[in-house]
Design a protein around this ligand. Structure first.
Ligand code: HEC
Length: 117
């Protein structure tokens, strides 16, 4: 029967946007007080527009900590996951002290951030 794989595919297609939608709500609740996704950075945090695969500490309109500036490289989804799980462990001395304990919430947030190009 070909029905099963089609059902699985439909489920997968349904789940991905749902994950990003959860991420949108989480972002509004937990991140938006410091981070914008649209234009300029604010005084409390850099803009996260296009953050997935963006270079670390790359915004010229935000003054980053030395901890973040010295990390180098780009924000892959897995690096974002590690950072959000334990910001001070990942970048000791970073100005971001907010952590997201739930792996599901981190996955949803990263799925949503991918949509903010
Ligand atoms: C209380 C304010 C605050 C909150 C809440 C906050 N952040 Fe941050 N975030 C910062 C600051 C400040 C920095 C810059 C840190 C530095 O320079 O060390 C930062 C940096 C970042 C960076 C790296 C940006 C870059 O340009 O390299 C990412 C990614 C990030 N935050 C994601 C998030 C997400 C996702 C959330 C919500 C779950 C969140 N932050 C919640 C203040 C905050």
């Amino acid at each position: 029967m070909a029905v099963r794989p089609i059902l699985v595919l439909l489920l997968l297609l349904a789940v991905r946007p749902a994950l990003a939608a959860d991420g949108r709500t989480l972002f509004a609740d937990q991140c938006a007080s410091c981070h914008s996704l649209a234009g300029a950075s604010g005084p409390d945090g850099p803009s996260l527009k296009g953050i997935v695969w963006r270079k670390v500490a790359a915004r010229s309109d935000f003054v980053y900590s030395g901890a973040l500036k010295s990390l180098g490289g780009s924000w892959s989804p897995s690096r974002l996951d590690e950072f959000l799980k334990d910001t001070q462990g990942f970048a000791p001395g970073t100005g971001m002290n907010f952590v997201v304990d739930s792996p599901q919430d981190r996955a949803a947030l990263i799925a949503y951030l991918r949509t903010a190009r």
